[in-house]
Design a protein around this ligand. Structure first.
Ligand code: GDP
Ligand code: MG
Length: 372
């Protein structure tokens, strides 16, 4: 995370910067007035001065909220469903595979309901295990998250059409999965088509360092067809196996924190964000912040248009109640109060403005030199 300037920190506590420097010195840290300190140290300092960290500075707030589950008490951790991202070249059948999986596994009582494309949804397996799938229309969210060192997915399914073979976006997707460090399963789709050549796909991918188990490598290839349903059960089985060993856990008792994977303005419902919960639980009535957008959760809606009071770890849901439409790819989290939400947004806007005016200054200097 970004370092916080000592002067900024002091300012927010209404004390002199020198006092902060002195305190840091006492703690064994030699810093000067104009240096930044990391969020963790900032929280320490703030507490040393008798304040609560969360109300002082949004950067610190984010640090507090972005703690990973290693900060959770072991006893609070509970198993959570795996989040699977489905990637691949356009038209190779990502959405079709997801639709087919979903149709075959709609929970009783949900069949026949209006299903909406919210870009993510949950499938229940025979054994009762749940798997959450994300359909990526673009990889932007994935990329911007990765840039911040966060990953929202546990496993990637790389879809390659058996007739088309490996294409540019296949490689792009492969690189994303690699960079995210998540295990990958290859689904060789459109096996029903004349000219389907799964061996060609295996050969092509082997040239990119992905070796099938059948060929002595460690990547699972599953031949499937979204149209006939061939191989889909096996794909789910492989996913279940793959994720079992990951022993995924989260802490549903803490405040909700997640990622906006899609967002739009709905004529009737206002700003709508599809949120994937990373940790904690979102509740109706919670105050949330995402980027510089705030809001109170008016409704939590699943992909079957059903409303819920809460949404826990790994659950994708549509969130209603935001003041405006947030950018996809951003982190969203629950805060304690509307005041805290406003503080964070003000801080973020100030920071944006600062960065904006700095960029402007640089630009005008450049102009100046250019004109000399
Ligand atoms: P996406 O862009 O990866 O999401 O691909 P889509 O799911 O939209 O599929 C692109 C096209 O391929 C559509 O016309 C699908 O009907 C077709 N398609 C998808 N899966 C299969 C399959 O298993 N067999 C055949 N024959 N066509 C498929
Ligand atoms: Mg699609």
């Amino acid at each position: 995370t970004d370092p916080i300037l000592i002067s900024e920190l002091a300012n927010r506590m209404a004390i002199k910067s020198a006092e902060v420097v002195k305190k840091l010195f006492e703690m064994g840290m030699m810093v000067t007035l104009n240096e930044g300190i990391d969020g963790e140290t900032a929280v320490l300092i703030v507490e040393e001065f008798g304040h609560k960290a969360k109300i002082i500075n949004a950067a610190a707030v984010e640090d507090v909220l972005i703690e990973d589950i290693s900060d959770d008490d072991e006893g609070d951790l509970q198993p959570r469903p795996p989040v699977v991202v489905v990637m691949g070249h356009v038209d190779h059948g990502k959405t079709s595979i997801l639709d087919a999986l979903r149709k075959a596994h709609v929970a009783a009582g949900e069949a026949g309901g209006i299903t909406q494309h919210i870009g993510a949804y949950m499938v229940k397996l025979e054994g009762g295990e749940r798997v959450v799938f994300i359909d990526t229309p673009g990889h932007e969210a994935f990329t911007s998250l990765r840039a911040r060192g966060a990953s929202m997915t546990d496993v990637a399914v790389l879809v390659v059409a058996a007739d088309d073979g490996v294409m540019p976006q296949t490689i792009e997707a492969l690189n994303h999965a690699r960079a995210a460090g998540v295990p990958m399963i290859v689904a060789v789709n459109k096996m029903d088509k004349v000219g389907a050549d799964p061996e060609k796909v295996m050969r092509q991918l082997s040239e990119h360092g992905v070796l099938a188990e059948d060929w002595g490598g460690d990547t699972i290839f599953v031949p499937v067809s979204a149209h006939t349903g061939q191989g889909l059960d096996e794909l789910l089985e492989m996913l279940a196996l793959q994720t079992e060993i990951l022993e995924l856990k989260a802490n549903p008792t803490r405040r909700g924190k997640g990622i906006v994977i899609e967002s739009r303005l709905d004529r009737g419902r206002g700003p709508v964000a599809t949120v994937l919960v990373q940790n904690g639980t979102f509740k109706q009535g919670d105050t949330v912040v995402v980027g510089s957008v705030t809001g109170r959760i008016r409704a939590i809606v699943d992909e079957n248009a059903k409303q819920h009071r809460t949404a826990g770890p790994s659950i994708p849901f549509e969130l209603l109640g935001l003041d405006s439409v947030p950018e996809a790819g951003q982190e969203i989290f629950t805060v304690e109060s509307e005041k805290q939400a406003r503080d964070i947004v003000r801080y973020r806007k100030d920071k944006e403005r600062e960065q904006g005016s700095e960029a402007q200054k640089r630009a005008s200097l450049d102009e100046l030199f250019a004109n000399m």
